[in-house]
Design a protein around this ligand. Structure first.
Ligand code: PEP
Ligand code: MN
Length: 345
């Protein structure tokens, strides 16, 4: 529920509303705005009796948020949230942000070559998993802490911001020391302890849609992070499981305009996992930009044939450069731009 204060409501009147909400057993989140202040009421799972708040001095109106998710909904906040990473990358504004790099960090030479290639082509964020969620326990699990150190070296070399996955609550502090954007993978979208834990870091979080998650479940997962006081969440459509084995996942691009309607949070698209097929990545990246995605997450490897994970969906550097050229053209048609490295470094 949102308690909207009158224009010019005094600090005392706002304090009175906060006090009343706390006495009712809920938490109050004052949200000063350009025109007027609103006070969010959180901690309820159902309708709250607003009669006590309606009559308080300075209160203009009460808005009941109809969705099960509250702080992530458009009803709660009408303007788009722009998530800012250290170094100046802004996700959710006019610019479309491209994040690219290998599925996994494999070696110093591999991650540095990847970082240089994706920066050269125009990416502003380097991706690379140090802790990998693999279907088989015998598959390459990532270099762990050593992989994080290599990502930091690649950031020093190129100025690119880093997005990397945190798999486990135990590793959150460690990964947060290296990552500019903490990735929560599809398999962990409903790991509520982990969501709460990354919420408490206050760091920007990239939350990927679970392979069998509805849009409502995705937004409720984001709500866990916002409920811890961290508004810096970027959502990611990466495909859902379907009956059809022709592609690795079913890349649900309708999620992009749906989420934009329901939430103020930015949403990016991952056509690499979404299709699982290298030759489908460029067309679906074009489609994602056309659908309004606030960014792209693309797997790029200097030598895809020898990648330790997800080689079949990884682009070679020259293919990624072609993707960037096409994405720039599509962005222009819809009145957006692809963020350029020189402007954010
Ligand atoms: C990844 O980004 O490499 C990854 C494991 O993604 P997802 O969680 O979407 O499968
Ligand atoms: Mn991958």
């Amino acid at each position: 529920m949102l308690i909207v204060m009158q224009h010019g409501a005094t600090a005392e009147e706002i304090g009175g509303v906060v006090e009343a909400i706390e006495e009712m057993g809920y938490q109050a989140r004052p949200m000063p705005g350009k025109q007027r202040t609103a006070v969010g009421l959180v901690g309820n799972d159902g309708k709250v009796d607003a009669s006590r708040l309606e009559g308080l001095p300075g209160v203009l109106e009460i808005i009941h948020v109809s969705q099960p998710y509250k702080q992530v909904s458009r009803e709660w906040r009408s303007e788009n949230t722009v998530v800012r990473l250290a170094g100046g990358v802004a996700i959710g504004g006019d610019d479309v942000v491209v994040m690219a790099g290998p599925c996994s960090v494999e070696s110093e030479a591999q991650i540095i070559a990847s970082a240089r290639a994706v920066r050269e082509a125009g990416a502003v964020v380097l991706r690379g998993g140090a802790f990998k969620p693999r279907t088989s326990p015998y598959a390459f699990q990532g270099l762990g802490k050593q992989g994080l150190a290599l990502l930091a070296r690649a950031r020093d070399e190129t100025g690119l911001a880093i997005v990397t996955e945190v798999l486990d609550s135990e590793d959150v502090d460690l990964v947060a020391r290296y990552a500019d954007l903490l990735q929560i993978g599809a398999r962990n979208m409903q790991n509520y302890a982990l969501l709460r834990r990354v919420g408490r870091t206050g760091k920007p979080v990239l939350l990927k849609r679970g392979i069998a998650a509805t849009i409502t479940e995705l937004l409720l997962a984001a709500e866990y992070i916002l409920a811890e006081g961290n508004p810096n969440v970027v959502l990611c459509e990466r495909g859902v499981r379907s009956f059809d084995q022709a592609t690795r996942f079913l890349f649900d691009l309708t999620a992009i305009p749906l989420v934009h309607k329901l939430s103020h949070l930015p949403i990016i698209a991952d056509p690499s996992h979404g299709t699982g097929l290298r030759d489908k990545v460029i067309p679906m990246a074009r489609a994602a930009v056309a659908a309004g995605a606030d960014g792209l997450l693309i797997e790029v490897h200097p030598d895809p044939a020898h990648a330790l994970s997800d080689g079949a969906q990884s682009l070679a550097p020259e293919q990624f450069a072609e993707l960037m050229r096409q994405a720039r053209a599509i962005a222009e048609v819809i009145g957006r731009r692809i963020a350029e490295p020189a402007e954010v470094a």
